[in-house]
Unconditional design. Structure first.
Length: 577
């Protein structure tokens, strides 16, 4: 080991990066040429050009400096060592104490060259420091293992908050919910940091929602990740009023109103840019429950071809997007990716020669070159009233965030009949259900038959984690159920995720869509004008029509998801195939 360290110290940075295969020779030569002109450090130039990441550069610099690498998987650290270095320091510098020998602290670091880290550690522990380099992902998992999540640590530290609020919490316990007392508690610096940390942790976990739910003895904090609720460390009941009040202040809500549902909005700046949070409160028997929907504006919009549609569905849907007029609907429950599909569709067909206007609640992503109008019911701007005014602006394409009532449905239909292409969403279980739902709303069947072009129904299913994916033999009952839906070869390989640190031991990472496209043919138009049932519509669908369940099972056979995941989602589709 000492000989290897000695050899690495004699090597140049570029050579070490090449040996690690982090950098190719042509990029290295270009960066070296730049260095001769700019007289700057090679590492700075490589980072600026995007040829290497900070983590890759740190690893190479550590090798060059003779700093030994330590593997953190399976490492054992004593409680006395963990107790020497506070969590705040661990989080600030992304470090982990390993052991102490003869007054010297061995510390793993992802960036051993931070200027103050060794001095701060010496002051806190009273020990000199020996640096080790550790892989960033291993470090993240090890810190979580030995110190817990940031939110969990902070909740522990904030347990005695009521004593630091100069009687505010005691007053709340005695029933004094005056705005002054609530404001006093909610503006405690440590409480402000806790709420910010809850939001940041959810964003980093790529959660779509944060749920804060009060119960008799505790307050549960849950994140919805890949469509599944994951419970985090619960908060003390003592902090309930403070957390709720802080969020209501941030969302510009009435802090003193506790018995009526409220809606608000928070603009939050995360590590990667601005994030919008849609906030909703409801009163429960144990206090106010809060739900925060996370709309990450820094996330890039997905392309239509990356959503997971099969080739036939994608081709058929793109044909509908090229229509000059008509109604195209995307259906499914809340949180199934309908808006993402519509945004991807608008991006696909955008042209400066075409005027596009949307009306949404809220505007989740800002699209370049497209006029977007947010709904504002408090000022009388609903989907129906906004749509009426949009049509006076001579649009070619209109997107209505959601058809909720008869007025919006009728205006959308008439807009399509007068030469506009209209996109919208609807809450139905499947594609044929959209037709019967609109007729039930009061839309005239003959108008719907003339204007509707296609209905795309969708759901999101979790994808198998690529890091722990392996083949397995499913239960025979499961195979029998699959054979009831489609013919399965006995030798077919099935895959699932066994669970790892990358996927939080769930076996899944990320989501993909399953789709059902119902294209409106001449046969279906005749049928729609006669107020058909859902079953009648399905029987009259084109021969190549593929249901959502079959599309999902096809993704199982491709090794993208699991049969269990399809059956979980299929229950909400209401199909029995």
């Amino acid at each position: 080991m000492d000989l290897e360290i000695s050899r690495n110290r004699k090597k140049k940075l570029g050579q070490l990066l090449r040996e690690k295969e982090y950098l190719d020779q042509s990029n290295l030569e270009f960066a070296l040429a730049e260095q001769k002109v700019e007289y700057r450090r090679l590492g700075e130039i490589l980072l600026e050009l995007g040829y290497v990441t900070q983590a890759q550069l740190n690893e190479a610099l550590a090798l060059q400096a003779g700093i030994e690498r330590v593997e953190l998987q399976g490492v054992s650290i004593g409680a006395d060592i963990i107790g020497l270095v506070p969590a705040e320091l661990v989080s600030k510098y992304n470090i982990l104490p390993l052991r102490r020998e003869n007054g010297r602290m061995m510390v793993a670091m992802t960036d051993p060259f931070q200027p103050r880290v060794t001095e701060d550690l010496r002051l806190v522990t009273g020990c000199s420091v020996r640096r080790f380099y550790a892989d960033p992902k291993e470090m993240e998992n090890a810190i979580l293992k030995f110190y817990g999540s940031n939110v969990a640590r902070m909740l522990d530290n904030l347990a005695p908050l009521e004593r630091t609020a100069e009687g505010a919490a005691e007053a709340l316990a005695n029933g004094d919910y005056s705005p002054a007392k609530l404001q006093e508690l909610a503006r405690q610096p440590s409480l402000v940091n806790l709420v910010n940390l809850i939001i940041l942790e959810a964003i980093e976990a790529k959660a779509s929602d944060i749920h804060i739910e009060p119960f008799e003895h505790e307050v549960k904090i849950k994140y919805r990740i890949d469509g599944i609720l994951i419970e985090r460390s619960p908060s003390s009941k003592r902090l309930q009023a403070a957390i709720v009040s802080r969020l209501k202040i941030m969302a510009d809500m009435n802090i003193a109103e506790r018995f009526v549902p409220q809606d608000g909005h928070i603009e939050f700046t995360g590590k990667n840019g601005r994030v919008d949070l849609r906030v909703s409160t409801i009163p429960t028997v144990n206090g106010e429950a809060i739900e925060l929907r996370i709309l990450d504006r820094s996330a890039s919009l997905m392309r239509l071809q990356d959503l997971g549609m099969n080739e036939q569905c994608l081709k058929g849907f793109e044909q509908c997007l090229r229509k000059t007029h008509g109604v195209v609907l995307v259906t499914g429950p809340t949180g199934c990716g309908k808006t993402t599909t519509l945004y991807a569709s608008l991006n696909k067909i955008y042209s400066p020669a075409v005027k596009m206007i949307t009306i949404e609640e809220p505007v989740e992503y800002q699209l370049e070159g497209i006029n977007q109008m947010p709904v504002n019911p408090k000022r009388g701007l609903t989907f129906a009233t906004g749509l009426r005014h949009i049509l006076r602006h001579d649009p070619d394409i209109v997107m209505v965030g959601e058809i909720r009532d008869k007025d919006t449905a009728n205006i959308s239909i008439r807009a399509a009949l007068t030469g506009h292409l209209v996109f919208s969403t609807l809450h139905t279980n499947d594609a044929p259900g959209a037709v019967t739902r609109l007729i039930d709303m009061g839309v005239e069947p003959f108008l719907l038959a003339s204007s509707l072009e296609a209905v795309l129904a969708q759901r999101l299913v979790r994808q198998i984690c690529p890091e722990c994916k392996e083949s397995y033999k499913p239960d025979e009952t499961l195979i029998a159920n699959l054979n009831g839906s489609m013919s399965i070869d006995p030798d077919t390989k099935f895959y699932h995720g066994v669970g790892c640190n990358e996927c939080g031991q769930t076996g899944y990472a990320g989501r993909i869509g399953i789709y059902e496209l119902l294209r409106i043919t001449a046969t279906l138009r005749d049928l729609i004008s006669k107020k058909p049932s859902t079953d009648q519509l399905l029987k009259a669908a084109p021969p190549d029509h593929v249901s959502m369940v079959h599309d999902g099972l096809d993704k199982v056979l491709q090794g993208l998801t699991t049969p269990e995941e399809i059956f979980r989602v299929a229950k909400s589709i209401g199909e029995d195939e």
